[in-house]
Design a protein around this ligand. Structure first.
Ligand SMILES: Cc1cc2nc3c(=O)[nH]c(=O)nc-3n(C[C@H](O)[C@H](O)[C@H](O)COP(=O)(O)OP(=O)(O)OC[C@H]3O[C@@H](n4cnc5c(N)ncnc54)[C@H](O)[C@@H]3O)c2cc1C
Ligand code: FES
Length: 253
């Protein structure tokens, strides 16, 4: 489907937010789902690029992307009124927790945007959301004002230039030391962060869900280019169709 660029802006160095409008099943979008975007005419870049849906309304969706290569650079250079060829919404998103469950959201770097839609939905269903977002430095911090409206927010930076100095595990540990407990943890970010988080909660009775934003090729289950092993190593899981969101007990991180 073709969606029109309604708005595009720079959030931080190399990080762009794009809002798209047009004919799209916005009402079916689950937090954690993604779209596959054709780059250029499709001849020079055969593979579409997967980007998570950060926010959705009845008539638009918003994505946030970091420029890391040719595809994301091309996306960052779009102008209002141009159109993008998009497939979606794709993949399995975050499940809802039971009403009034105690929830922790943990995001790192570009893993933060897909959690915003989740936070928006949870805000209407529970007032017990704690949010921890980690960035390298103040210049990389994105969406912190938006998240601060969704629950109790702690921001960490590796260099201490904004919020608490340290990483997300330090912040989670500090909240836990002050008595916070959670029944559900939802996370998206770099693999080492997800691995440490899962390890941190391994001896606690917590339901954890992680979104794995690994490399993808076809995006629709056909090429097996995105497999990750299951926890017992018996079953390979395709991130594009079985995920990108998995119960953390289901996958080996
Ligand atoms: C389900 C899913 C959701 C995603 N959501 C977002 C999002 O919301 N915002 C966002 O900015 N990015 C997201 N990504 C990552 C994004 O798809 C890649 O950054 C993008 O495809 C890179 O394309 P490129 O042509 O710019 O770079 P390429 O030329 O393909 O690669 C440039 C460099 O980036 C690295 N790279 C490429 N893809 C990834 C990746 N998935 N993870 C880590 N490193 C990568 C390559 O190894 C290489 O070093 C998501 C990925 C997946 C699978
Ligand atoms: S990207 Fe092709 S099977 Fe997942």
């Amino acid at each position: 489907m073709l969606l029109t660029v309604k708005d595009i802006g720079n959030l931080a160095p190399d990080i762009w937010q794009i809002t798209l409008s047009g004919d799209f099943p916005y009402e079916t979008v689950r937090p954690g789902q993604f779209i596959m975007i054709r780059i250029g005419s499709g001849k020079e870049h055969i593979l579409r690029r997967p980007i998570s849906i950060a926010a959705v309304t009845e008539e638009s969706l918003t994505i946030v992307l970091r420029v890391v290569g040719k595809g994301t650079k091309w996306l960052s250079e779009r102008r209002i009124g141009e159109w993008l060829d998009v497939l979606g919404p794709l993949g399995r998103g975050f499940p809802n927790p039971p009403r009034d469950a105690k929830v922790l959201i943990v995001g790192g770097g570009l893993g933060v945007p897909p959690l915003y839609l989740l936070g928006e939905i949870l805000k209407t269903e529970t007032d017990k959301v704690d949010i921890v977002l980690g960035f390298r430095s103040q210049r990389d911090c994105i969406l912190t004002d938006d998240f601060s409206r969704l629950g109790r927010l702690v921001v960490t930076t590796d260099d201490g230039s904004f919020g608490m100095k340290g990483n997300v595990i330090d912040a989670v540990d500090s909240l836990r030391s002050s008595g916070c407990r959670w029944e559900y943890v939802y996370a998206c970010g770099p693999l080492p962060m997800l691995r440490h988080l899962k390890g941190y909660f391994s001896d606690q009775n917590v339901n954890g869900y992680v979104s794995l934003e690994e490399r993808m090729a076809c995006g629709v289950g056909a090429c097996h280019g995105c497999v990750c092993p299951s926890e017992d190593r018996s079953l390979a899981r395709r991130i594009c169709v079985n995920g990108p969101v998995f119960p953390w007990n289901e996958v080996s991180l």
